[in-house]
Design a binder for this molecule. Structure first.
Ligand code: CMC
Length: 428
């Protein structure tokens, strides 16, 4: 059987044979379909990229129907269970293979050499109001890094690219922690490079005086959360990273754009929205009223549903289990019972069953973050820290892909035809 698709254009009766590769046809192959020789040719219309592959990628695999997520072929459950450091997974995403000991040490060393930020970054952050949203501060500060490292725009130079990766992965926890300390009016804590990636971050967040030591269970939980959030193929923010990067701007500017996309409540801002929703529901007695509103289309159940997963999000499974380990240390989050009840009712309800709406990664993560002492508006920042490694992997893959060019979709123009300018006093 030939790997082709035959299309008959009923407007002209002409037949076209289009090659199929990877169960996909090339949208550009449709361009030959024309009614007249001077027609532009046929395009594919796909708002929100519901059925369009815009890249070929080797980084992350998801089977949404089966609830499978793999980084570079490794199941997420195995990485979450066995990797003892987030940097091991960041290396895997960026290099395609798990590091052996010398490579991991070298990688760690290089990242650790770039955890400090220029003192002027602190001054820049002091300019934010006391109540500035941490994600707004985070995005702006990441963007400002491009002014500190102007050489970063030499994006086709592999050494320059590598250096910016060290810097970005090294500095995002520092910047994130500084946004928190700023909002609390507390002195910034500088990185401690003797600690792990997650441990150093907790230290910069919560250290007061000399006595603070990150609790090993919480440090481990944060490492797992970082691993689970490190990449998720072509989601809104990664697509933004690729799209901005395709203009050949520096990675700081592209990362700031990706982080902005992540902040939205339909994407990484959902973890904050879930907790606000649980606060609003207040008690189990109000769960059915919320479900009713959701079914009537008045609101969404935050932390539920996914474009790709039509099954339980594998990350949510790991997080749900992790929550119990964290609560052993922190004491339980009273909202857990409410979340479990909401999940129980939703998963039995025909509305959710029919639409295959399951809890996603954001449904339980906020409960852990809150129990660990992170404020609600800080949750999207916690998502952005590990996702930076994923964004950078996709940014590099995109730049090196000979099939890619500047991202530039087409449109179907439905506005007015040509008309003549009218003087202001003659306009109705
Ligand atoms: N609550 C109630 N109904 C929902 C929900 C929800 N959370 N999500 C989807 N639906 C309904 C939707 O109304 C539609 O119903 P109908 O067919 O009657 O019009 C159907 O399910 C299909 O939904 P969709 O909007 O076409 O799905 P999508 O792929 O465009 O949206 C989504 C995916 C994640 C944006 C959406 O499910 C959503 O808004 N969920 C809540 C926000 C959230 O938790 N986001 C985090 C996503 S996971 C982490 C991440 O990506 O950062």
């Amino acid at each position: 059987m030939p790997d082709t698709l035959t299309i008959t254009d009923n407007r002209t009766g002409k037949k076209y044979e289009i090659p199929i590769e990877h169960d996909t046809v090339k949208a550009m192959d449709l361009r030959q379909i024309k009614v007249h020789e001077d027609d532009f040719g046929m395009m594919a219309y796909d708002p929100a990229y519901m059925n369009t592959a815009s890249v070929k990628s080797n980084i992350t695999f998801i089977d949404g129907d089966k609830g499978i997520l793999r980084y570079r072929g490794y199941p997420i459950e195995q990485l979450a269970e066995h990797c003892t450091s987030f940097l091991e997974v960041a290396y895997l995403l960026l290099h395609g293979e798990l590091p052996d000991r010398p490579h991991l040490e070298d990688w760690r060393y290089n990242i650790k050499m770039h955890t400090f930020v220029h003192e002027n970054i602190k001054k820049l952050m002091e300019g934010f109001r006391y109540d500035a949203h941490p994600m707004g501060m985070f995005i702006s500060t990441i963007s400002a890094l491009s002014t500190f490292y102007p050489e970063a725009k030499d994006i086709m130079n592999p050494d320059v690219r590598r250096k910016q990766m060290y810097r970005l992965i090294g500095k995002v926890p520092t910047i994130a922690a500084f946004t928190y300390r700023h909002s609390k009016g507390m002195p910034y804590i500088y990185p401690d490079n003797e600690l792990t990636y997650a441990g150093n971050f907790l230290n910069m967040m919560f250290k007061i005086g000399q006595s603070y030591k990150p609790h090993p269970v919480l440090e481990h939980a944060l490492t797992v959360l970082f691993i689970l959030h490190a990449d998720h193929e072509q989601n809104c923010s990664t697509n933004t990273m690729r799209s901005i990067g395709s203009s050949h701007i520096d990675p700081y500017s592209a990362c700031a754009g990706a982080a902005a996309a992540l902040w939205g409540p339909l994407h990484g801002g959902a973890n904050e929205a879930v907790l606000r929703m649980l606060d609003e529901i207040g008690s189990k007695n109000n769960v059915s009223a919320i479900i009713k509103d959701v079914k009537e289309g008045k609101r969404k159940l935050m932390g539920f549903g996914h474009r790709i997963y039509k099954n339980y999000d594998p990350r949510a499974k790991v997080i749900k289990q992790l929550a119990y380990e964290v609560f052993e240390v922190t004491g339980t989050n009273p909202k857990l019972d409410l979340a479990l009840e909401l999940e129980r009712i939703a998963l039995e309800d025909d509305y959710f069953v029919k639409r295959k709406l399951y809890p996603n990664v954001d449904f339980y993560s906020g409960l852990i973050y809150e129990a660990m002492g992170f404020p609600m508006d800080f949750f999207p920042v916690l998502f952005a820290i590990p996702r930076t490694a994923g964004w950078l992997s996709h940014w590099q893959e995109h730049l090196l892909d000979p099939e890619q060019k500047i991202a530039r979709p087409r449109q179907i123009y439905l506005g007015a035809g040509e008309r003549n300018w009218i003087a202001i006093n003659k306009r109705s």
